[in-house]
Design a protein around this ligand. Structure first.
Ligand code: GUN
Length: 290
């Protein structure tokens, strides 16, 4: 068997068409969805992610602004900057691009952006919806988890009653994604660096989601060929200057049923979901929901 490639491209195309129409409708009401990314310093990986966000914004007719702040900015000045954006009626979505400089790391970063403009979906008021059991993907939920659900839906994989292994317990991916999958009635096992035998978990799951943050962490020994596993690779690691997933694609492609490519899989889904959150934020404001 050679694995089916779960490319983001057709999903992204479909989303962008709808997003362009939604933007058009909002513009008709005098509301152009506008996002602002706050970048502290000039991390090259961040610059590359930001370029992708800008490109998709422009493609669907949303407006994009980058506020680049000096790496050595003081805490008060940084907080004042974000607060000004919170108050600015011309900005509907705000992202504080991570990582930020050392002196800002112990700030309460997930809760700085006001919930109605929190298109990353990091604020406690937004993540609370996941813990409360929501299945409503029009809420401002974290982008990568939401993007993974959209990708699985698009390719027709059922979640109800399905065993899913999520590997990695980060605040941005592993934890919210495992909960969101649970809301869609999947049976989820969350494994991480302290799990005794990760293979034992992955070999028993129908869907395996790798969100470890280590290049080619999983080879074919993590998969049971007979189970016909669906693999979602969230990894965005740099290996010898190349974007590399958490799964060793070449090694596993003959033993799994389907796999997302890196690049071209989860990454573009995250960006398109972010734009979806931006447009939803404006639609919700227009309807007076938040
Ligand atoms: N840096 C890498 N991924 C992300 C993300 O999803 N949101 C923000 N704000 N920063 C990031």
């Amino acid at each position: 068997m050679t694995a089916k490639i779960l490319s983001a491209a057709p999903v992204v195309e479909k989303f962008k068409l709808t997003q362009a129409q939604r933007c058009q409708a909002l513009k008709g009401k005098g509301l152009t969805p506008s996002m602002c990314v706050v970048l502290v310093g000039d991390n090259p990986a961040s610059q590359s992610y930001i370029r992708n966000k800008r490109r998709v914004c422009e493609e669907v007719g949303a407006s994009f602004r980058l506020d680049q702040l000096p790496a050595n900015i003081g805490r008060d000045e940084f907080l004042t900057h974000v607060e000004r954006l919170n108050q600015d009626p011309g900005i509907h979505g705000i992202i504080v691009q991570l990582p930020v400089s050392e002196q800002l790391r112990d700030l309460d970063l997930p809760n700085l952006v006001t919930p109605a403009k929190d298109i990353d979906g990091f604020h406690g008021a937004n993540t609370q919806n996941i813990y409360a059991g929501t299945r409503d993907l029009s809420l401002l939920l974290p982008c990568t988890p939401k993007g993974v659900i959209h990708l699985l839906n698009f390719y027709g994989y059922q979640l109800q009653g399905t065993t899913v292994a999520v590997i990695g317990r980060s605040l941005i991916v592993g934890k919210p994604l495992s909960m969101l999958l649970t809301n869609f009635d999947a049976t989820v096992t969350l494994a991480h660096s302290q799990t005794k035998d990760i293979r034992e978990v992955t070999r028993q799951a129908k869907i395996v989601i790798a969100a470890v943050g280590r290049a080619r962490f999983m080879d074919r020994s993590y998969f049971d060929r007979d189970r016909r596993t669906i693999v979602i690779d969230v990894g965005m690691n740099s290996l010898n200057g190349k974007l590399t997933g958490d799964v060793d694609f070449e090694d596993v492609k003959d033993v799994v049923e389907a796999i997302t490519p890196v690049p071209g899989g989860v990454g573009p889904m995250t960006v398109v979901t972010l734009i979806d959150n931006l447009i939803s934020a404006v639609e919700r404001t227009a309807k007076g929901i938040q």
